[in-house]
Design a binder for this molecule. Structure first.
Ligand code: HEM
Length: 408
């Protein structure tokens, strides 16, 4: 591999074409083998440099762990949706509280206020409440006449009610916010749609947080207010991240995961016969489906050599999580879905300082959710041909828009 690859070489856009609903674009296989760090074409903010698409597991993890790569908003060059009038667009530093788009030490200051709520132990303590929420939703679903769309009757209710009990935001408010998040997490919205939905969202969150400053309550957001360390704006932006980060991810994993299990009856049978396999099955679903299909972006703060390629200071790298999670150098027979696999060190939750804050909550929701869904509806099956299931391939996170199912 030449040390100095240039952007004059052939460029790529992020591959998103699928031949099977559960497999990433087959182009990733070629890239990982032939050009694991390949020049990529972005819609660029003015004056910014082009960058690279990274597809090998080893390189993706190395960059995510390397402080020479930044996630600061004002440095990110890539614009992946037409939300901005490009000629006027000047990336700004992240707003106070929007710690995802900051580096240490600013990132650390906010993250440390939150980690205590999401530890393995805290989530274990929360599991009985979560199981009760899921049982309640399944009771309601059992009263319906099939076929139904599993998303509103199961997936969304579970996530809305769980968010209500963790964060302290009423279920109806979360459902209302979800309508707006759904639009702005698409990749094809118009500028008008973006302005409208993000304005409504920000106003709703600001109102909600104002209420919390008057009456904090005893849930996560209220406890953040009670620390006395944060302004209303900071709490509103943290709420944005926690609610948006949950609504765009766990529901997609629950919906697409159910679809994948129904389409792999041999694997589903193994879990049903050996419930202790569920932990591994969830990790395997996270790896195999890798819903963060647009990857994670970072910007080089200095010239850095990765796998024999020079990444110049100021260039953006897109770390393809789906490609890394199908890397045969790390996973044996990576294209097969195998619930008995130990999916060690997959990157579905990222890696390094920005590794998913909500990963243990997500895992518990998936494990208990799938377990109880298939216990309660052992003959659950699709009520449409698999090729008719609408796929979220033009959205920040991949999943299904509907999942018609039936039973009985
Ligand atoms: C299956 C569900 C989920 C998946 C696949 C997922 C995936 C990810 C990924 C890949 C990242 C790293 C992004 C990067 O490095 O650029 C991330 C970060 C994050 N996730 Fe999740 N996530 C899930 C659920 C959740 C939930 C339930 C929450 C709720 C709190 C959450 C909150 C966050 C936050 C706050 C970050 C940013 C952390 C930081 O910058 O320090 N996620 N997630």
């Amino acid at each position: 591999m030449a040390l100095q690859q240039t952007n004059e070489q052939r460029k790529h856009v992020i591959p998103t074409d699928r031949t099977c609903p559960f497999d990433p674009d087959p182009e990733y296989r070629r890239l990982r083998e032939e050009e694991p760090i390949s020049p990529i074409e972005f819609v660029l903010a003015p004056g910014r440099k082009d960058g690279w698409l990274v597809t090998r597991h080893e390189d993706v993890r190395a960059i995510m762990a390397d402080p020479r790569f930044s996630h600061r908003n004002e440095l990110l060059a890539q614009v992946i949706s037409p939300r901005f009038e490009l000629e006027k667009y000047e990336p700004q530093p992240a707003a106070p509280g929007s710690f995802v788009l900051m580096d240490a030490p600013e990132h650390t200051r906010y993250r440390r206020l939150l980690t205590g709520f999401f530890t393995v132990r805290k989530i274990q303590e929360y599991e009985p409440t979560l199981a009760g929420i899921i049982d309640g939703v399944l009771d309601e679903m059992a009263g319906l006449e099939p076929p139904v769309d599993l998303l509103p009757v199961f997936v969304q209710k579970v996530v809305y009610r769980s968010l209500h009990s963790v964060l302290g935001v009423p279920e109806e408010d979360i459902a209302a916010l979800d309508e707006h998040f759904t639009v702005i997490t698409r990749l094809d919205y118009t500028l008008e749609e973006f302005v409208h939905h993000s304005t409504v969202l920000n106003e709703a969150l600001a109102r909600m947080v104002k209420g919390l400053f008057e009456q904090p309550g005893d849930k996560l957001l209220g406890k953040l207010v009670k620390t006395g360390e944060l302004t209303e704006e900071e709490v509103a932006n943290i709420a944005w991240i926690a609610i948006g980060g949950s609504l765009d991810t766990t529901p997609n994993m629950l919906g697409l995961g159910t679809f994948a299990l129904l389409e792999h009856p041999d694997q589903l049978k193994k879990i049903r016969e050996n419930p202790e396999l569920m932990d591994r099955a969830v990790e395997e679903l996270l790896r195999y489906l890798t819903i963060s299909h647009m990857g994670a972006s970072r910007v080089a703060l200095e010239d850095v050599e990765v796998g024999g390629t020079l990444i110049e200071a100021g260039q953006t790298v897109v770390l393809s999580l789906p490609a890394a999670n199908r890397d045969p150098d790390h996973f044996e027979d990576p294209e097969s879905f195998d619930v008995t696999r130990r999916s060690r060190r997959h990157v579905a939750f990222g890696f390094g300082i920005h590794q998913c804050l909500g990963q243990h909550l997500a895992r518990a929701t998936l494990r208990i959710g799938f377990q109880k869904l298939f216990d309660r509806f052992p003959d659950l099956r699709l009520a449409a041909a698999p090729e008719e299931i609408p796929l979220r391939d033009k959205a920040m996170h991949y999943g299904v828009y509907e999942l018609p199912v039936t039973w009985g």
